[in-house]
Design a protein around this ligand. Sequence first.
Ligand code: ASC
Length: 128
Amino acid sequence: NFKKPEDAVKYRQSAFSLMAYNFGDIGAMLKGKKPYDAATVTVRAENVAALSKLPLEGFIQVKGLDQRDALNKIWDEKARFNEKMQTLQKNASLLVVAAQSGDKRAVQKAFMETGKSCKSCHDNYKQD
Ligand code: ASC
């Protein structure tokens, strides 16, 4: 358990931040902003997949807690929210499989699917 409720917010935000860094690096390579390196893509994808399992634990409903960007809708639809997080985890694991195949087209496709998971949750449950 978290020592303070604020630690739960920090925990999930940290996981998302690390995920954005690793996912973003794959994006940079796919967009040609840096040289494409299949081994690096695999490491980044593995990091995203591992990190995607973390944030859910940090979504706790505590009276008076500043939930930052997290909308109250999350608590109204927690089961649906949990499912979306599971879809992200599934897509991230498929991104690892694609990365390991060394097929750049497959990585491109799996990257887009994973990005859709990020976006669909942001569109529904994140402020702005
Ligand atoms: C990223 C990132 C996100 C997603 C999202 C995809 O690189 O930080 O939150 O991709 O923008 O639509």
